[in-house]
Unconditional design. Sequence first.
Length: 198
Amino acid sequence: MKIKYAGPRPIISQHGIFYKNGKEDKYNYLMTALELLHAIDHNYKDRKFYSTYISRKQLKEKQFHTILQRYDADLETEVEQEVQRYEKQIEDELKHIQTLKNISQIEKDVWCENIKLMSSYRIQRAINKIYYFHTIDDIKKIIKKQHIKEIDTPFTEHFWHVLQTVQGALESGKNSVHTELKEETFKNSMIMKLYIRH
């Protein structure tokens, strides 16, 4: 599956196709999540408390798959299955529209055509989101396995978004841990710190 930018979330109806502000494509955050994953994945055996500072190092798109497959050899198969489920969801959406009683057949047809027109776009957004959440899951596994207590990153919108997602992942589900995300100043620069209480 190819990772590439799609765009903001579309709102599709019988009236047209619009794009929702603030619902950006996860592709925008995937690069940052991969940087974080790459930065924290090393041997910590000599220290009890761990801190990682990430410098902005741009990864190339072709490195996405290589990095992710190191953590999950079956990743491509899993992503393919998730994409098939999403495609089925689009098919179900088309069927559901045909059952609506409060709109005319012309409106139903227009709505369905709009969905079909945006199908590839939506599937690409789904692919990006699937890879993003797999990356977040890998970050969570490393944090727990290595008992990482603190992660320091530059203060940017993308790192903020990724750290909030990591925070949510760590605080939910079985064996959840408490976290705290803070903005701090370090050498006259704003940074973010994610504190993890194991």
